[in-house]
Design a protein around this ligand. Structure first.
Ligand code: BJW
Ligand code: ZN
Length: 254
């Protein structure tokens, strides 16, 4: 693990830092990633579960998968990587944390304005009347003999408030993320394979607009060749060290 002095200096002097996180930042909390060999989708290909057709074809399977993930996310805790980003937010004048994750761990680590691109597991709603569903209504569905979880008001299927393939991202979140990528001085892309768009386009947009862009990942992502710096290592180790170096550079260490 090694980051450059340039990255430290740029972060310490930045007016606006933007960050994009993916499943890799939560891996050290015990949340499986999507595309790693032991990831969430090792048994199912992403397209098989994360789209509305799969949900309509087999709502019990998809509701059960999300109920399992919701329970897991509630059981685990933020790790030093999440906490380091919450601290970085305090060190710079403007900070935008954009996440593809739905596990709520950034919020629980104390990050304030989190831009959720792919929704949040803690919320569910009815696909027919759009009424938000309470946690108890959202699951667990796994093993239910009586079929899928349905809306008490209209009988529609209850789905997680997440963004599946082929669905538009929440407009306001995407707008805020795009604006941040286009105007920040430094952009960090952390723990994402950078294969899912439009999220994966954000670091590239930041490069185009003149930001210094660094990736933090245990391996090079799909966009590694296009960024200024790749920091190889686990986010839970790299980020605390990086943020400590930034604080020290600003004379606020310790
Ligand atoms: C560590 C680590 C450690 C491990 N430390 N690192 C342009 C080109 C091609 C295709 C498209 C395009 N634009 C749109 C598309 C289509 C599609 C898409 O991108 N397809 C590609 C896969 C080909 N995109 C969409 O469909 C999107 N919608 C859309 O574009 O709508 C347009 C529209 C407009 C108007 C009307 C209608 C439509 C929606 C995408 C939704 C993605 N949803 C999911 C599921 C969310 C719900 C859920 O959680 O179940 O989001 S898919 C899944 O992938 C999830 C993730 O957020 C997302 C990204 O995954 P992520 O986070 O990168 O995880 P991994 O597992 O891939 O990577 C983990 C990384 O961590 C690895 O690199 C490891 O090395 C690393 N790592 N341990 C640091 N300790
Ligand atoms: Zn309903």
């Amino acid at each position: 693990m090694s980051f450059s002095q340039t990255l430290v200096d740029r972060l310490a002097a930045a007016r606006h830092v933007a960050v994009l996180t993916g499943a890799g930042i939560s891996a050290e909390s015990g949340v499986p990633t999507f595309r790693d060999p032991d990831g969430l989708w090792a048994r199912f290909r992403p397209q098989e579960l994360a789209n509305v057709e799969a949900f309509l074809r087999n709502p019990v399977l998809v509701q059960g998968w999300y109920a399992h993930r919701r329970r897991l996310a509630q059981e685990v805790a933020p790790n030093p990587g999440h906490r380091a980003l919450a601290r970085l937010e305090e060190l710079v004048p403007a900070f935008t944390l954009v996440t593809q994750n739905v596990d709520d761990l950034h919020q629980r680590a104390g990050s304030r304005a989190v831009v959720e691109l792919h929704g949040n597991l803690t919320r569910s709603y009815c696909i027919d009347c759009r009424r938000p569903a309470a946690d108890a209504e959202a699951g667990p569905a796994h093993g239910r003999e009586e079929g899928p979880v349905r809306c008490p008001a209209c009988g529609g299927l209850i789905r997680p408030d997440v963004v599946w393939f082929g669905e538009p991202l929440p407009a306001e979140a995407l707008e805020r993320a795009t604006e941040a990528a286009a105007t920040c001085d430094v952009f960090l892309s952390i723990g994402t394979s950078a294969v899912v768009y439009p999220a994966a386009g954000l670091p590239l947009l930041a490069v185009e607009h003149g930001a210094y862009v660094a990736e933090v990942n245990v391996e090079r992502s799909a966009i590694a060749a296009h960024v200024h710096e790749v920091v190889l290592g686990p986010a839970g180790t790299v980020l605390p060290a990086l943020v400590e170096a930034v604080a020290a550079r600003q004379g606020r260490g310790g």
